[in-house]
Design a protein around this ligand. Structure first.
Ligand code: X8Z
Ligand code: ZN
Length: 609
């Protein structure tokens, strides 16, 4: 059970330095026993839980009101957490070989060892320095601006403009200014941060920080890296087909001088600052004749007078239809749903659980468009997951793995089919696209879902390389550009040299959020969806299935969600899908008719880059 201490008790717990000195292992001369390990876990769990609410509140304030003061407080409280968790992680390692440890105790010890995203060494001042840098990076990203037609433009606005602007010079200006203004100044801080975190990871017994990140998946770290490569090889042929087709359409639209028929695609032409999801340029790639879907989510939302709150209510409605309890009033009182006009905030969408009970919130700078409609479902997926597992012990207050956490809301959003839009009154029944529009519907979806895959993988390929030293500081930019070219088949619109730092222009790099989770989630969401549609007895083409309103699916989903991190992820996956393996096959099944069509379209073309 989760234990919350008062603020006074928290101060006592934090002042008791070093926490490891209280350990049974150090006070008894004999080797630690399984009972010692249990006692340690109870103590560590209580102390971490006691710190959590304060940390979350400070981080919330810092993310929704960036000032020098909120930065200083976030770094200060963060440093306390880092020092505390490092002490506990060091202590946890001492119990690893205690005789008679149950599998569950071993698992809990590993959760303590890997709890921190960025560990610091125990050297005095290191935790503070690490948190100073990471807070500075995150806030710099939040305050970041690019330019459009020479005028400054903030992060959420530039992101939306990249989706709708079709002028290659303006796209280039936005892309270059964003990466130059936001990314490049982070370079030195980032390198220093890597050095500190790696020193911390080594003290904890890991080769480097990346190895620590990879050891959170109920399997040896090396096996996990191999698994991601294997999953990528399953779906890469589909990506290659989509790349080939998209490039030819961009060439038709912009001509050889902007986009050549062969080679990589210019990164700023794909409707997204990072070229991670391409759905915004569906108008450019739509198949002739059958390409007009007859509706566009952005237009529907606008036509029906949706505002951001109404969009979130629609998202909540989906989860309610599955039987989940409506969001608490505090969600509506405390969430940041639109960008405050008079202060700096971190606009990148996130979901929060302040008290590990019911103080759940989202933080977005919502715009009335199709992208944000999906993002709302994504963020709410996190919130309903958090609430479902809130009875678990502190260490289990998490997803089965981080890919599960990222997949829930996306899996739900796959149910936003034309028929579903009719049910909630957004789409006129006469406008439901007929079966001959299936390829268009699938292509629209693939532009987001399939296009993302190599991006989802390469972000941490780059970071794993930075952490293990195979990418030296002198080659940060080149390695990034090379990975983007190798995996995504894209190139920046202008030359980039080592005075730049394009990785810093993507939120999760300064925000230090591991990214392989999103790659896993892209596949998992189709596994969940295929399973849910089967549970719902769906008979038609997979992509037309919506499990909206299906309480049986909701119950089964809840059974997986409420497990939290209490069991190895294959157990959770089995509980909902019957399978114990992550797989690309359900995604391939969903897109099978499209892949066949793409191959016909690409006949005679020189694919690849
Ligand atoms: O960061 C996110 C969410 C917050 S957990 C909005 N996503 C990734 C991204 O934007 O890069 C969702 C999809 C991938
Ligand atoms: Zn997320």
């Amino acid at each position: 059970m989760k234990i919350l201490l008062s603020v006074a008790a928290l101060a006592v717990a934090l002042a008791a330095q070093p926490l490891a000195a209280q350990s049974t292992a150090q006070t008894s001369a004999s080797a630690p026993s399984a009972a010692d390990a249990e006692a340690f876990l109870a103590r560590a769990e209580a102390a971490m839980a006691a710190h959590d609410l304060t940390q979350n509140r400070v981080d919330w304030i810092n993310s929704t009101y960036i000032t020098d003061d909120s930065d200083a407080l976030a770094a200060e409280v963060g440093a306390k957490r880092t020092a505390m968790n490092v002490d506990f992680a060091l202590e946890a390692a001492k119990y690893a070989n205690a005789p008679g440890l149950s599998a569950e105790t071993q698992r809990r010890l590993n959760l303590v060892r890997t709890k921190l995203v960025l560990p610091a060494p125990t050297a005095p001042g290191a935790a503070q320095q690490l948190n100073d840098i990471s807070t500075r990076l995150q806030s710099a990203y939040g305050k970041g601006k690019g330019t459009l037609r020479g005028q400054p433009i903030n992060g959420s606005d530039i992101e939306a403009e990249m989706g709708t602007d079709r002028n290659p010079n303006e796209l280039k200006e936005m892309w270059v200014s964003w990466h130059d203004n936001v990314g490049a100044p982070m370079r030195a801080d980032y390198a220093r941060m890597v050095g500190i975190a790696n020193a911390g990871a080594k003290e904890l017994g890991y080769a480097d920080t990346g190895a620590m990140w990879r050891s959170k998946y109920d399997m040896p770290a090396d096996d996990f890296a191999k698994l991601t490569d294997k999953l990528w090889s399953e779906v890469k042929p589909l990506y290659d087909d989509l790349h080939c087709y998209t490039r030819s359409k961009l060439n038709e639209k912009y001509g050889d001088a902007v986009q050549s028929k062969t080679g990589p695609i210019r990164a700023d032409l794909l409707g997204n600052m990072w070229a991670q999801e391409w759905g915004n340029i569906y108008d450019i790639v739509a198949p002739k004749g059958a390409g007009d879907l007859g509706y566009d989510t952005t237009e529907l939302l606008t036509a029906k007078g949706y505002d951001p709150v109404k969009m979130v209510k629609a998202g909540e409605g989906f989860y309610s239809s599955l039987g989940f309890t409506p969001l608490p009033q505090t969600f509506w009182d405390r969430s940041q749903i639109v960008k405050p006009r008079d202060r700096e905030v971190v606009c990148h969408a996130s979901a929060w659980d302040l008290d590990n009970k019911d103080d759940i919130r989202i933080k977005m700078c919502t715009k009335v468009n199709g992208d944000d409609f999906v993002t709302i479902h994504h963020e709410l997926g996190h919130n309903y997951y958090q609430r479902a597992y809130n009875k678990q012990a502190f260490l289990y207050l998490d997803g089965a793995n981080d890919g599960f956490h990222e997949a829930i809301g996306d899996f739900v959003a796959l149910s936003i089919t034309p028929d579903y839009l009719v049910k909630i009154g957004l789409l006129d029944p006469a406008k439901v696209p007929s079966a001959d529009k299936d390829i268009g519907l699938l292509l629209r979806q693939a532009m987001d879902k399939v296009a993302f895959l190599p991006f989802g993988l390469l972000i941490d390929k780059w970071r794993w390389g930075v952490f293990d030293g195979s990418i030296p500081e002198s080659g940060y930019q080149k390695a990034w550009t090379d990975l983007r070219r190798e995996y995504q088949g894209i190139v920046p619109p202008v030359e980039r040299d080592e005075t730049r730092f394009d990785p810093g222009g993507k939120y999760h790099i300064p925000g230090n959020t591991p990214y392989t989770r999103y790659f896993l989630a892209r596949l998992l969401q189709f596994q969940f969806y295929q399973a849910a549609c089967k549970q719902a007895g769906w008979k038609g083409p997979l992509h037309r299935c919506s499990f909206y309103g299906d309480k049986k699916v909701g119950e089964k989903l809840n059974a997986m969600l409420e497990m939290g991190a209490s069991k190895p992820w294959p157990d959770a996956l089995q509980a909902f899908t019957g399978s114990r393996e992550m797989s690309g096959k359900p995604m391939l099944a969903y897109f099978a008719p499209l892949q066949k069509w793409l191959k016909t379209q690409n006949k005679g073309k020189q694919c690849g880059w």
